[in-house]
Design a protein around this ligand. Sequence first.
Ligand SMILES: [Zn+2]
Ligand SMILES: [Zn+2]
Length: 158
Amino acid sequence: MYDNAVLPPVRVVSCWLVSDLRDQIREKIRGAGLRCTPGRVAVYEALLHATQPLTHRDLVAHMTAVGVDQATVYRNLVDLAEVGLLRRSDLGDHTWRFEVPRADDPEGGHPHFVCVECGDIQCLSGVELNVPRARSLPRALRKKDVELQIRGLCDNCL
Ligand SMILES: [Zn+2]
Ligand SMILES: [Zn+2]
């Protein structure tokens, strides 16, 4: 039910733009203290173009076509998440999903809308949870160290 995450079609951009983007990615990865391997750049680039958070399996389907194997994809996802270049979320099905954090994300990342019928996931950029100061709240919630998801029917299933 959660298998329908797709990567958008490859965009037609000039070679100059593509290499410019790769340079920026390499700089980001190096800046985070990681080595710049082709697999790592490819994983990050694929997620940069994705319109929703993707699982390891979603990415493997895409990456094996460009010669990056399953174990390498996994290791790179973990490494990139550890240094904060990727955000990792569990949206209720005990599967990690990865995405590139956005510049306008609130502290703790943006929430997600999950369709209870088809499993489609939408990033709710710009939506923020405001937590009132109250002693009785769990510490994780006060620190906004929580995963926020809203469940309902997506436009297609409504
Ligand atoms: Zn739906
Ligand atoms: Zn998202």
